[in-house]
Design a protein around this ligand. Structure first.
Ligand code: MG
Length: 282
């Protein structure tokens, strides 16, 4: 595959992201696919999706898990509802994550992404130990299938996430780096975080955001790529420095405005291609 193929975050019937026909219209070669509803996760539907993807000239680079009951309404709600961290849903979601991974395998995809949730900061706590054990179990199951687990960044500072990766200690556990999340959640400067986590980064999101005036308490604001505080020339330069050559997957989460979403993603494709060309000419 070429260096830094452009991608978009896409979905078929559940979750965020643009629909596959929008990805086709944008002319990008790759997508990360948000996991479809359970009823769609069958071998038959996998075959249908693959046929459509082939027609559209799209390759799936990562399947992202999502779970019923997750809400990104505000930071405390995310903390309470998202990922494998909330104890009351952990067992059921772990089982579902493994089902999603099996579906990803049917699609021929070896990378499974997930927002694990707010990793507890106190590594001595029972909660932290339980989340480490859960991640180990998931990694071991995925390893047997030749798959890797990619944790989305942004719900904790890079050093907390780094320690968590080290404590889990599995060689198929990696990072899906999202620079905008670092800003939205107010957990640290994204380029510095990317350098801290560099050796673990195996997929990335290209999303932009502006800092909140109360970082970590209230959301920052997601904005079109290039209009926020990430600095995409610096971001791509840092990605090159850490040796990342994988897909640049654009994420723009305004599903309520599909026309604007498509136009803004088209603008993001153009900006990323411009920066790619500039960097390769250096
Ligand atoms: Mg993201």
């Amino acid at each position: 595959m070429e260096t830094w193929p452009i991608g978009v975050f896409a979905s078929v019937d559940a979750g965020l992201g643009v629909h596959l026909d929008v990805a086709r219209d944008l002319g990008v070669p790759t997508v990360q696919l948000h996991s479809p509803h359970r009823e769609s996760r069958t071998a038959e539907r996998a075959g249908e999706f693959l046929k459509q993807l082939e027609e559209f000239g799209l390759t799936i680079t990562c399947v992202f898990a999502g779970f019923e009951g997750e809400s990104y309404a505000d930071i405390p709600t995310v903390s309470r509802t998202v990922g494998l961290v909330p104890a009351e849903t952990r067992a059921a979601r772990t089982a579902e994550l493994l089902e999603i991974a099996a579906f990803a395998k049917q699609l021929g995809v070896d990378a499974v992404g997930v927002h694990i949730g707010f990793v507890p900061h106190d590594s001595a706590s029972e909660d932290y130990q339980a989340v480490v054990a859960t991640a180990q179990k998931v990694c071991d199951e995925l390893k047997a299938a030749g798959q890797a687990l990619h944790l989305e960044t942004g719900q904790e500072p890079a050093d907390v996430l780094l320690r968590f990766l080290q404590d889990v200690g599995r060689d198929n556990l990696f990072i899906n780096f999202d620079p905008a999340n670092m800003i939205l959640y107010g957990v640290g400067e994204p380029i510095a975080a990317l350098r801290t986590l560099g050796q673990y980064v195996r997929s990335v999101h290209c999303k932009d955001a502006k800092w909140s005036d109360q970082p970590g308490e209230t959301w920052g604001t997601e904005v079109p790529l290039g209009e926020g505080d990430v600095g995409f020339r610096d971001y791509l330069t840092a990605l090159r420095e850490i040796g990342y050559a994988g897909p640049l997957t654009i994420e723009r989460e305004i599903p309520q405005e599909p026309a604007r979403q498509k136009a803004e993603i088209a603008g993001a494709v153009e900006l990323l291609n411009t920066i790619k060309a500039e960097l390769s000419a250096e």
